[in-house]
Design a protein around this ligand. Structure first.
Ligand SMILES: [Fe+2]
Length: 443
């Protein structure tokens, strides 16, 4: 790489380390790489990547400014030049193109941890489970297992394995990663996902509780892992404890109100909303936080959670306004290389319209909107666990619409993969009792 002094290289190593650990000072660590060496290309590129990682339009604009200021530096190495092209694509909204560029880079330079870590997050935001796993898998052989960063590769690989449904292998790989670094919060997160997906509520809760000191502070994933804990409790029917975690760790007066954390908050409250549970005044505060975000189209997965919050707070006009804005964006002829355009057209817009329909009590319309796209919902990003909010919306709407055949089919499908889920069992009992009522009325 190209740097003007050895200190820059030391700071770069520290910044990569902070990125892999998801330390809460990761932004400062990357800023430090360019403090005495503003022309250090990989430092500026890393700063731009970090801003893109937030999934917020204002930060992407910052990333573009950083890259514009960097310009076209002379004498970059091949690897640096390819990073620059990937970062520019990312900042311009071409998430798929950026991911492809980093994939190609990793074939030539498989030990470039920056390319793997940023590419891995891009796969997550694009909902590409196979690449989430294989981007890391294809680099593993090139790494020395005694390298201090090797464990973080295992952690990333574990999450890819989990999103591909390979739960035992994902769990084992994630636990190996935790042997390398007990504070590898992404690896821990991958293992928690394997329990969430298999209905291993108590195992997941125990794991989080036993290792609490390793994950609940000092990193940027703490809110998300708290959300997972609250989610496991919710599935077990422990609404009070789940809301306690919401109040102390997911969203409260001191929250930074970053979109990636606000969406966790919305996803938890939306599940409660679907169940008809009382969430107090929590929606109002969350909806207000979303209302303060600029309404620029950038990542529709976030917009969906804003719409949930507006509907939850009874701000239906604001929810409808987001849907109208997304419809105008799709119709407006934006650059088709912008990933968010396709994500919005195919998934985000119908999902947001369905959430508004749910808020208006038009449950049949929710089914009509969501059922046709249920197998492509992954295209707008997130994990299986996060997208379950959409699946539950369809499920609940089918029940409320009186579409008992579909509701029973969905219950059967869910129980067939997660038979230990108390939520699934509760829903089945509800549907059967409604079906019995219908039959006795018919008789
Ligand atoms: Fe997660």
């Amino acid at each position: 790489m190209t740097a003007s002094n050895p200190t820059t290289l030391e700071r770069y190593d520290a910044a990569v380390d902070a990125l892999l650990r998801m330390s809460d000072d990761v932004s400062d660590a990357w800023d430090a790489t360019v403090a005495d060496d503003p022309g250090f290309a990989l430092g500026q590129i890393g700063r731009a990547y970090l801003r893109c990682w937030s999934t917020e339009a204002a930060d992407a604009a910052d990333a573009r400014r950083i890259l514009d200021d960097l310009g076209e530096p002379k004498g970059l190495t091949d690897r640096e030049g390819r990073h620059l092209a990937a970062a520019r694509a990312y900042a311009d909204g071409d998430l798929h193109g950026a991911g492809e560029r980093l994939s190609a880079l990793s074939v030539t330079y498989p030990r470039d941890a920056l390319a793997l870590a940023i590419g891995h997050q891009l796969d997550f935001f694009c909902g590409d489970a196979a690449t989430l796993r294989d981007r890391i898998g294809r680099a593993l052989l090139a790494w020395d297992p005694t390298h201090s960063h090797y464990g973080f590769l295992l952690g990333m690989h574990a999450f890819g394995l989990e999103e591909c449904g390979l739960y035992p292998q994902a769990e084992a790989t994630g636990m190996r990663a935790l042997e390398h670094n007990a504070r590898d919060v992404w690896a821990l997160h991958a293992v928690v996902h394997t329990h969430e997906m298999r209905g291993g509520i108590q195992t997941g809760l125990r794991l989080l509780d036993e290792r609490r000191g390793d994950w609940d502070s000092g990193n940027v994933l703490a809110v998300h892992n708290s959300w997972h804990e609250a989610l496991l409790l919710l599935d077990a029917g422990e609404i009070g404890r789940s809301l306690e975690i919401y109040d102390t760790s997911v969203h409260h007066g001191g929250s930074a109100n970053v979109a990636l954390e606000m969406l966790d908050a919305a996803a938890l409250l939306w599940r409660l909303h679907l169940d008809g549970a009382d969430t107090g005044g929590r929606w109002a505060a969350l909806a207000e936080a979303w209302a303060e975000k600029p309404d620029l189209p950038w990542y529709v997965f976030n917009d969906m959670h804003a719409v949930m919050s507006f509907v939850g707070a009874g701000r239906l006009d604001d929810a409808r306004a987001v849907v109208d804005r997304l419809a105008a964006y799709v119709a407006g002829g934006a650059d088709p290389s912008i990933s968010n355009l396709g994500m919005t057209a195919e998934v985000g817009l119908p999902v947001c319209a369905a959430i508004v329909a749910f808020g208006e009590g038009r449950y049949g319309d929710v089914v009509d909107l969501l059922h046709p796209i249920r197998k492509i919902v992954h295209r707008f990003g997130g994990s299986h666990a996060q997208r379950d909010a959409v699946a539950r919306t369809l499920f609940e709407a089918a029940i409320r619409a009186g579409d008992t055949d579909l509701a029973l089919a969905l219950a059967s499908e869910r129980l067939a993969v997660k038979e230990d889920s108390p939520y699934n069992r509760r829903q089945l009992i509800r549907i059967r009792s409604r079906a019995d009522d219908r039959d006795s009325q018919a008789a």
